[in-house]
Design a protein around this ligand. Sequence first.
Ligand SMILES: Nc1nc2c(ncn2[C@@H]2O[C@H](COP(=O)(O)OP(=O)(O)OP(=O)(O)O)[C@@H](O)[C@H]2O)c(=O)[nH]1
Ligand SMILES: [Mg+2]
Length: 512
Amino acid sequence: MYYIKEYSYSSLWDKTPITDVQRRNSERLIPEVLTRLDHESVNTYLNCLKDGEEKSNRIRLAIVGRKNTGKTCLTKRLLRESVEHVQKTNGIEIHTLKCRGKVDEGDWIFHDGRTYENEIYSRLLKCCIAKSKANPSLDSNMANDYLSSKIPDESVSEKPDNEFNACNLEEQDLNPTTFYQAKEVPVQDFYDLCDIVYAEIDAEDTAPIAIWDFAGDREHFNTLQTFFGQESIYVVVTNVMDTIENDDPEYGLAFWLETIRCHCKLPVDEEYYNEYQEPPVIIVGTHKDQFKGNNIDCKTKFQRKVHEIVRNSQIRRNIRKMYVISNTDDTDDEFDILRRDLVEIAKSRKQWNIKTPARWIHLEKALFENSYGKPVVAKSDIAEIANNIIQPITDEEELERFLTYHNSIGTYVYFSDLPEYVVLDPQWLESAFKCIITDNQFQKDLVHQTEWEELRQDGRLSEKLLNEIFLHQEDYIKKYRAHLLKIMEKFNIIVRPRTMSDCIYNRRNHNV
Ligand SMILES: Nc1nc2c(ncn2[C@@H]2O[C@H](COP(=O)(O)OP(=O)(O)OP(=O)(O)O)[C@@H](O)[C@H]2O)c(=O)[nH]1
Ligand SMILES: [Mg+2]
């Protein structure tokens, strides 16, 4: 490893637009110790990674309900996007990094083009600010300990590759005394801090909002349940007119509420003591513009009908609020009410303000940088990456907690009982499911007509047909075939009969 001497900072510093940092500093967002970008700044950063914490306030909205009810339109209205030319959703559309909720007032802030990388830097910067404010006089002993632990073993003569050679940085002095006196710090940490100090941060406390817009078609229903979880706030969308006149008992509002209840059931004791049950559910009746009568009438009739539907179900304790809206006619003010309420609901939850280690953000950053866009990574590779970050995570249990937590908030898909792989991109998993569970893909293939017929008629998915389906997939789906099938079995999307080894049954007994 190579190290950078303190005086080298200034030459790098000259190349960067210092005025930006000074401006932010004058706004008192970033403590001076960080903006100096010197030895102490790096130490603050390292201390932050060692024992800093992040308030993990993330709001995840799951927009569900039967098809054509206006889920995508609602998503777009919430995001202040146009509802013209809205297309039927095919699977799930995940909207992240587009908006945040102000913690105090509940108003939403909209971002234009913030990347995942910017977001990670911004989160790290917030942790560093919190850390340096909590501990203005830096603990130099801790910093020295850290630096000593980074001094390379003198017995190792071969120097590893250095990606920063091009910057003409000084090579390390192997004498530990000179090393500390020269106040050297590892070059990577310094570059990390440069990126972080320039990150955008909100002046107020905000929480990122992710919106998952689900397809309402029956064909997608089996696979989409895989993405239901306790952490989401469920927004169940229904057409006001259909609900008031005759809620479809098979696939209408009652069906969706019952699905949420089944998937997200809490242990009995928690249910018993809480007035409200988790997860929160709000019901949004759309197409208010088609109701013949005034708004109050529409609301009253809708609420009465919903009460009737949930009267005998436990789900009534999950329902926090009901709204009637028009995606086409209402002004943005109507949606502002909904936006603020959603932040309020998020704030009322038990998991609001829980803290996670700042080093977890660094691992997220490392996974992003090391996966090169791969949607799936073996858990063993993740363990390796976690072992090699600035503040390594070597404890298997901590890595497990990191992955389980990120599964729960929807960053990655990871199941402890299928621990081989981690899906870094949930949208990829949903696309991969579609290669099997889809209405009309591949069905023109006459070669396997008999197998397709069997699948349509009695849900039998032969190994031969499965091979054919995967043959047409991209390498990244082919490669993880076994893992994909295991996930589908876990969620009963497909069932392998015990008595037959040569076939897999799809649970659905009609078209896939
Ligand atoms: N008049 C009126 N039309 C609406 C309203 N909301 C949605 N629509 C229309 O209903 C149709 C379906 O809207 P989407 O938002 O695509 O419905 P969806 O629930 O996302 O449908 P799937 O993706 O198939 O599940 C579109 O033609 C919209 O323009 C509303 O409040 N009033
Ligand atoms: Mg849609």
